[in-house]
Design a protein around this ligand. Structure first.
Ligand code: UDP
Length: 484
């Protein structure tokens, strides 16, 4: 293929995990639509999993302006763990995959496909290597964060919280006390809503705190940022972020924005890219359930819980009397892989459907689903928001703590069960969100928010406009080699 001088060529490098790769592939699909050339980097391990589980991937890989490139993740080949701790994975990539990445970004010889040089890197903010090497070789970087704007902003302020003496928390701290150092959130953000590593840190040299502090220091240099959110959901927080990073694009919900273009006349649809094998039997089961009668339960792709916690959820759901569809990943229970359904569950099958991995976006759009019991990971939250389904949030770590606070106290589209895991609370929350008087209010707010999400991605909506501004930005930096 002949090289075109100054042609935009974007390299996209996501953190190798479910919450990141599919989201950044959606961005890649949108860029392709605008005529940009894309190199998409995966680690070898995650790429194998994607190919195994995503039938829509090969058509994408055959498009003339798109290519996948893979690099090793640095872990031993025989490492068969179903999930590697994220920090360990990040460290391994940072320390052992630098050279292969550099070779892809700025090859010493001619490009094997005779593609033009990379003119812009869209780097995952959770993967320092992705931007560090780009900066070393002088290629402009645009940061992408797969978290909510509210979580990004709280992370961004962590160095200030440390300086202001708000973290580490004092001994015997009251976790319900408000945090003062995150502008715009002073009236509702409590200590317990900060990411979990803030709770665990005893000193300012705590490893978790330091690693976020370092990542934030780099993000603070960002000249441009992309977030998967939308103005009507997080406008006030986006204004705060723009006071620090003026060029911030809010393109979300990306899975809906992709659909806007599909409606307008087809492309490859990669909304269904996934790292696990879907069990579609739950869709048939849902078809036979009454409208809004099912609690959909899923804790995302990496969260784990103890067996005791699992059983508290189980009993709470059964005691609530509601039907449920539960994604029981084989590695959901701490320290156990491949565990089947708990013995106690066998008697409740008529009211429950259990799968190992569900087609979540489709499930949430099904009329039988009445609420979503979730860990409040950002993709899950945004998918629920887009479908107008109220949530019960049981955040496990990191950004989920703050997402769930926004769900309950800012957007008022669900309940936050943070730090509680008792069957009586599960039962009460399910009843509150499914049947009691409060349920109607939550559902109305959730439906209104879903309508705003739809408008933001429609022609002329805020996310639609930001998408085209971003494409223009990339064209501009590609033709003059630097940030606008
Ligand atoms: N997901 C899915 N099927 C499942 C469980 C999860 O397709 O059974 C998808 C879900 O739609 C979401 C992603 O996995 O897009 C989970 O991302 P999230 O940010 O919510 O949480 P994480 O897994 O990163 O903690």
């Amino acid at each position: 293929m002949a090289e075109v001088a100054g042609e935009p060529h974007v390299l996209i490098f996501p953190f190798p995990a479910q919450g990141h790769v599919p989201t950044m592939l959606k961005l890649a699909e949108l860029f392709l639509l605008a005529g940009l050339r894309i190199t998409f980097i995966n680690t070898e391990r995650i790429h194998r999993r994607l190919l195994l589980n995503s039938p829509t991937l090969p058509p994408l890989a055959r498009l003339p302006r798109f290519r996948f490139r893979t690099i090793p993740d640095g872990l031993p080949e025989d490492d068969r763990r179903a999930s590697v701790p994220l920090q360990e994975l990040e460290e391994s990539i940072r320390t052992r995959s630098r050279e292969p990445y550099r070779d892809l970004l700025a090859p010493a010889g001619r490009d094997p496909d005779e593609w033009p040089s990379v003119t812009c890197v869209v780097a995952d903010g959770s993967l320092p290597l992705s931007w560090e090497v780009a900066e070393e070789v002088g290629i402009p970087v645009i940061f992408f964060r797969t978290s909510s704007a509210c979580a990004f902003w709280a992370y961004y302020r962590i160095p200030d919280l440390i300086k202001g003496g708000e973290i580490p928390f004092p001994e015997e701290a009251d976790w319900d006390e408000k945090v003062r150092g995150v502008p715009g959130m002073e009236s509702f953000l409590r200590r317990r809503d900060l990411p979990s590593f803030c709770r665990n840190a005893k000193t300012t040299s705590d490893r978790g705190l330091q690693s976020v502090d370092n990542a934030t220091a780099s993000t603070r240099r960002a000249r441009a940022l992309i977030l998967n959110t939308f103005e009507s959901l997080e406008g006030p927080v986006l204004s705060h972020i723009r006071s620090a990073i003026p060029i911030t694009y809010a393109l979300g919900p990306l899975h809906l924005l992709v659909k806007t273009f599909e409606n307008g006349g087809s492309f490859v649809t990669i909304n269904s890219v996934r790292l696990s094998q879907e069990d579609r039997s739950c869709m048939t089961w849902l078809d036979s359930q009454p409208p809004r009668s099912v609690v959909y339960v899923s804790f995302g792709s990496v969260a784990v819980m103890s067996r005791e916690e699992l059983m508290e959820f189980w009993h709470g759901l059964v005691d609530s009397g509601e039907r449920f569809l539960w994604v029981l990943r084989s590695d959901l229970v701490e320290g156990k892989t491949g565990e089947a359904v708990p013995a106690e569950a066998e008697g409740t099958r008529e009211r429950g459907c259990i799968v190992g991995w569900a087609p979540q976006e489709e499930v949430l759009s099904h009329p039988a689903v009445g609420c979503f019991l979730t860990h409040s990971g950002w993709n899950s939250t945004l998918e629920s928001v887009s479908a107008g389904v109220p949530m019960i949030c049981w955040p496990c770590f990191a950004d989920q703590q703050i997402n769930s606070r926004f769900v309950s106290d800012v957007w008022r589209i669900g309940a936050d069960m943070k730090d509680k895991c008792e069957r009586s609370i599960v039962e009460k929350m399910v009843r509150d969100v499914m049947v009691r008087e409060r349920a109607e209010r939550l559902r109305t707010s959730a439906m209104e928010m879903a309508e705003l999400a739809r408008r933001s991605v429609a022609k002329g909506g805020s996310s639609y406009r930001d998408y085209w501004s971003l494409v223009e930005h990339i064209r501009a930096i590609s033709s003059n080699g630097q940030q606008k």
